[in-house]
Design a protein. Structure first.
Length: 128
């Protein structure tokens, strides 16, 4: 069993019933422990437009462990930002923070946006 961090795009696909994402998440959760970040919580809650959608988001998030953006993860995100800027690469701040949490906890990141995260040295990126 392994720990894996799930990005908001995968969680959103699961909520919307996009493809077989929900089914694959259930399979992944049976063999691995799934985590997400407080940043992903923000993204999901921000996108919910109705009380019903908020309830669905919260029900889904109850099934994963949420990792906070703590001091060590924030430092890791800052390190990632410096590395990318030195290479002339820009990444959205939220993605940098998510990557910081994943890399700090040494967890692979499951995402649909692998082209964003593949540019980060030392971050294992998986597509669900």
């Amino acid at each position: 069993m392994a720990d894996r961090l799930v990005d908001s795009d995968v969680l959103i696909d699961s909520l919307r019933g996009f493809g077989d994402t929900g089914q694959r998440m259930v399979s992944a959760s049976l063999r691995d422990t799934l985590f997400t970040t407080a940043i992903n919580v923000f993204e999901l809650e921000r996108g919910a437009r109705t009380a019903e959608e908020i309830s669905e988001v919260r029900d889904l998030l109850d099934k994963v462990t949420v990792l906070e953006l703590d001091r060590d993860s924030a430092r890791e995100a800052a390190s990632i930002d410096r590395e990318l800027r030195a290479a002339g690469i820009r990444l959205d701040t939220r993605d940098t923070l998510i990557a910081g949490v994943a890399r700090n906890h040494r967890m692979p990141l499951i995402t649909r946006n692998s082209r964003h995260f593949d540019r980060i040295p030392g971050l294992v990126v998986e597509e669900l």
